[in-house]
Design a binder for this molecule. Structure first.
Ligand SMILES: [Zn+2]
Ligand SMILES: [Zn+2]
Length: 178
């Protein structure tokens, strides 16, 4: 995968461009992602982004490979608590969750529902299944990892080295209470 891909919110006013292939593509089963998705799905006209088994599919992209093409004025952040270091950024034009930004991270976890069905990257693993009360009902098509593997972190570190250890800032105007 090379070149640029255009993705965006449900109503089309907020558009992003991502460059090249993601660092990795996964589905997260952690408590935070499930809680956040549930709370964001309660916003007016929002859709639930969880899979039937409660996973949040996302693609990790270097921050310097993501560009906001339009709708920057709609971006608002959501934190699970006032002290939470991680934030989820939502396009408030139609309340589409866009991505998760972990505290201090050089990458964004961009939610896969932003891609049109036919162009959506495929997850290679599920992570944090140890947070589930019962992980036995998960599909067995890809590895179900209790937490993360060393190679997961190695890929993220490799990306940061390639970025010269820079961490671009993502400007977000508003705040969301959900
Ligand atoms: Zn929208
Ligand atoms: Zn998670």
């Amino acid at each position: 995968m090379s070149g640029t891909t255009h993705i965006g919110c449900a109503c089309g006013r907020t558009r992003l461009e991502v460059q090249g292939a993601p660092i990795l593509v996964s589905e997260c089963l952690c408590n935070s992602c499930r809680t956040a998705a549930g709370r964001l799905a309660a916003l007016p006209s929002a859709k639930n982004m969880l899979t039937s088994y409660g996973a949040t599919p996302c693609a990790e992209y270097r921050k310097d490979r993501v560009r906001i093409l339009s709708g920057a004025e709609h971006l608002s952040e959501f934190r699970l608590s006032a002290e939470a270091g991680s934030r989820r950024v939502v396009a408030t034009c139609c309340n589409t969750p866009l991505f998760l930004e972990m505290k201090g991270a050089h990458w964004l976890s961009i939610y896969l529902h932003l891609w049109p069905d036919e162009a959506r990257p495929k997850a290679g693993m599920r992570t944090m299944t140890g947070d589930l009360p019962d992980a036995s009902s998960l599909p067995a098509d890809i590895p179900n990892l209790k937490s993360h593997t060393v190679s997961f972190y190695a890929k993220l570190l490799g990306a940061w080295i390639a970025m010269g250890f820079r961490n671009p800032k993502i400007e977000v105007g508003g705040k969301i209470n959900a």
